[in-house]
Design a protein around this ligand. Sequence first.
Ligand SMILES: [Zn+2]
Length: 295
Amino acid sequence: MSSAGSHDPVHGLSFDIEDWFHVIGVPELEDSTTWADRESLVERRTDQILQICDDHGVKATFFVVGWIADRHPGLMRRIAEAGHEFGSHTHWHRLLFTLDRPTFREDLRRSIASIEDRTGLQVPGFRAPCFSLTPGCEWVGDELLDAGIRYDASLFPVPRENGGYPCPRAPHLFETPSGRRIPTLPMSVARIGPVVTGFSGGSYLRLLPIRLVESLFRRREKAGIPGVVYLHPRDFAPDCPRVPMGLRRRFNLHAGLASTERKLRRLLERFAFVPCSELVNRHFPVDEGNACSTS
Ligand SMILES: [Zn+2]
């Protein structure tokens, strides 16, 4: 159980709620009309995540794919009843830089409506699939504000497959083309040997030794910069179905799956975590840039 006072450093805890077949870049999984017939792990593994959060007394942000919200309304209610926060992870889980603006607008608003209809809760946050808010996609910030989104969590400060945006490593205000600003929580990166890399989520967290991850969280606390944990239901699933894919992709998706729960529990024991909007509110008190309104 975390027991941090109000002035202690806190980090963001988040989960991207999608199924294993929403992985991008695997040809066999690209046709969305096949998704409904595939074995699903999202309910069982998200319930596992909810149990872990409950055991440690922490609340998180669940960035949900709208397609999942439509098909798993009971799961949406369980997340809501547990007191967690919702964010949009788009409706169809497509890379932002492959979409034109009207297509993104429709996809985003559909996802928000799907989550709100199932939960009765507002959707204050957004995360792009694969952190695919890349240079050239700045208009996404205006679309988020126009749709009533209060903060973004899509920027990955160093290049990675399908994503990356050069930006400060601390929470900051993202300038949109229309001159407005939206608070953004960049993903956590650190120098490890010769490379600057992620360490706090997905395959990075599964593959790196937990002691190293802990030392990087401590380093951020000394620097006064919060870390952001992000994991998927499939990160907890050693029994994740296998389909043909390249070797590197297979390694990134399947290595370390049995270690995820243990590593997450250890981080939750040693560090204080809050939902992303709480982190945003600590860094950007209301009326300093995020005065967006749905009215
Ligand atoms: Zn995703």
